[in-house]
Design a protein around this ligand. Structure first.
Ligand SMILES: [Zn+2]
Length: 105
């Protein structure tokens, strides 16, 4: 009997909480198609995630058009927008609840 074990990595990818509605410019293709993702790499054994490679998930700006991912630390503009929306949420926006995104056009 031959047992075949598969080791590998699995990356969990999710929209970052509080930034789901944020649309930012992709610095690779220039489209306003970037979204903020949280990516977390795990070591897998037989496709079961066992050990996380990092304690904290990566925060990245991902573009679905050109498939370009960029660490959010290189995007101070995105961090500023997240800070604004996040802070507003905490304090409770007066009425509406419509997130205001700056227009770059
Ligand atoms: Zn792009």
């Amino acid at each position: 009997m031959f047992f075949f074990f598969t080791c590998g990595t699995h990356t969990f990818s999710n929209h970052l909480k509080g930034a789901e509605n944020l649309t930012v410019q992709c610095q690779n293709c220039g489209n306003f198609s970037g979204h903020v993702y949280k990516r977390w790499e795990w070591f897998t054994f037989c496709f079961v995630p066992i050990i996380p490679f990092s304690l904290k998930p990566y925060k990245e700006v991902g573009c679905h058009i050109c498939n370009f991912y960029q660490d959010i630390k290189y995007r101070p503009d995105v961090q500023a927008q997240m800070g604004q929306s996040g802070g507003g949420m905490m304090m409770g926006p007066p009425g509406g609840g419509q997130p205001q995104h700056p227009q770059y056009k």
